[in-house]
Design a protein around this ligand. Structure first.
Ligand code: CU
Length: 491
């Protein structure tokens, strides 16, 4: 087992970076696992999507993975570079890889039916794309319920002119897990489709009502359940940049670190004016970076599964002798000051031009209770927002449904308009029931793009639309020219 794999297996995934990263140093970015060995990172790597048995702590499950590990391997690059990731499909099903949040070439977006065909079992597809913007991103399958298996991993893009100073980075992937414990995600979707009821106990005040579709048996941090948590090792006084990614299918998390405040510096990869809070609420598909000056001890890093009376849990340890906190340790910060979108401002350099027109997208639920719509349409006949290259439009997301939705736009990073002020740059944004939220989109990346709810089960129950450039493509074709996979046999 190489050191990188070992680092993931032990649940502790840590990169070190010096103050003011230089291009040369960033190019040598190193990973240190519990074994203490460093491994040079290639600009990308081969992803082999394959079934595997994976340990989630005390529990071992059969699932689908990238390279046999959950999460998949960390892919690291520097902004402006080209990343090469050959995907080999060793699954018994079609698959793709979506590079969530990247302003990418649409042919590389992994959006089946939009800009590429899925890769068939036994075939290979070479993802080659530029990463124009630094930040915290992730990758995941975009076929059916596959993301609720183990098919996800971090994609970290370093800034060659990093303005923040810190001593260490810790990447934290949050997930909800059922595969191999209570059936498969396809079984879970069938159960939802067979019912018109919602579980009214899954309530969250901060999300304005029912927060989720189901209880997952486990909640994970870096692939580890609370009974055998990941441990992140550091030292007292170190300034650490946490990169938190919510890769869950159906779980919003409230994240806090016992005994510490969090200084939030980035939302969905993009910088914001720093703001210090006790906890953050992170929807599926969202990412937050925050800085913490660590004290001496062993501290609970907790991600409360909002509305589900359960949590994901890890330990941040800066002292050898400190007792390990209990998995149900009380963390006062969870009920302290929580980050709001109102707290976030994009820096001047990241402001988008003023919009020249307004489009409304209504988020709805059909009386069946298990079909979710965008402007009354389901995925089979999708809503489409049409834009012209170079314009900025304002999209009003008007939630008429009884649940919150984390809406994600592919290929772009929009600007959230918060109470008339120029809020954060984001690619995934939470809209509560009865809320109207405005986002401004600069049409600078021509293509036919997915625009959908990042609750995987809502997406599969219809909540999938499009944002496209110019007139709609003919039905049965794709807009930017179908990029056929190489159809190379791998064996
Ligand atoms: Cu939704």
């Amino acid at each position: 087992m190489d050191a990188l794999t070992y680092a993931w297996r032990s649940g502790a995934y840590v990169t070190r970076r010096r103050l003011l990263v230089t291009g040369a140093f960033a190019a040598m970015g190193a990973v240190t696992g519990s074994a203490g060995t460093a491994v040079a990172q290639p600009r990308g790597m081969t992803l082999r999507a394959r079934p595997a048995k994976v340990s989630l702590g005390r529990r071992t499950v059969s699932t689908w993975t990238y390279n046999g590990v959950v999460p998949g391997p960390s892919i690291e690059a520097t902004a402006g570079e080209t990343v090469r990731v050959p995907l080999i499909n060793a699954l018994p099903a079609n698959t793709t890889v979506h590079w969530h949040g990247i302003r990418i070439d649409p042919r590389m977006d992994g959006a089946p039916g939009f800009s590429q065909e899925p890769t068939r079992p036994g075939e290979r597809f070479d993802y080659v794309f530029r990463v124009p913007d630094p930040g915290t991103y992730f990758y995941h399958s975009h076929v059916g319920t596959q993301p609720d298996r183990g098919l996800y991993g971090p994609l970290i893009v370093a800034d060659p002119r990093e303005p923040l100073s810190y001593d260490q980075e810790i990447t934290v992937l949050l997930d909800d897990w059922l595969d191999g414990i209570s059936g498969t995600p396809d079984d879970a979707l069938r159960r939802l489709n067979a019912s018109t009821q919602h579980d009214d106990t899954l309530r969250s005040a901060v999300l304005g009502g029912v927060a989720a579709e189901m209880h997952h048996p486990l909640y994970l941090i870096n692939g580890r359940a609370p009974d055998a948590p990941a441990t992140f090792h550091s030292a007292p006084g170190r300034r650490v940049r946490f990169r938190v990614i919510n890769a869950a299918a159906d779980t919003p998390f409230r994240v806090a670190l016992g005994g510490h405040e969090l200084t939030v510096t980035h939302t969905d990869g993009f910088p914001c004016k720093p703001v210090t809070v006790d906890s953050i609420l992170i929807g599926m598909g969202e990412r937050y970076d925050f800085l913490v000056r660590l004290g001496s001890g062993a501290f609970p890093l907790v991600a409360l599964a909002e509305g589900k009376r359960a949590r994901a849990f890890a330990v941040v340890r800066t002292s050898r002798r400190a007792a390990t906190p209990a998995k149900d340790a009380k963390v006062a910060q969870l009920t302290g000051r929580m980050l709001n979108y109102e707290d976030l401002r994009a820096p001047r350099a990241d402001q988008l031009p003023r919009p020249s027109r307004v489009v409304t997208v209504r988020l709805g639920m059909r009386p069946s209770g298990n079909e979710w719509t965008l402007n009354d349409r389901l995925a089979a006949d999708p809503m489409r927002v049409q834009v012209d290259r170079g314009e900025t439009i304002r999209i009003v997301l008007d939630n008429e449904s009884p649940m919150w939705h984390p809406m994600h736009l592919h290929g772009h990073t929009f600007q959230v308009n918060v109470n008339g002020l120029r809020g954060p740059r984001k690619d995934t944004v939470n809209i509560k029931p009865r809320e109207r939220l405005e986002i401004d989109v600069l049409a600078d990346n021509p293509g036919e793009w997915m625009f959908h709810c990042h609750n995987l089960y809502h997406q599969e129950q219809g909540m999938m639309g499009a944002l496209g450039y110019g007139p709609p493509p003919r039905r049965g074709t794709t807009h930017t020219g179908m990029h056929r996979p190489a159809h190379k046999r791998t064996h």
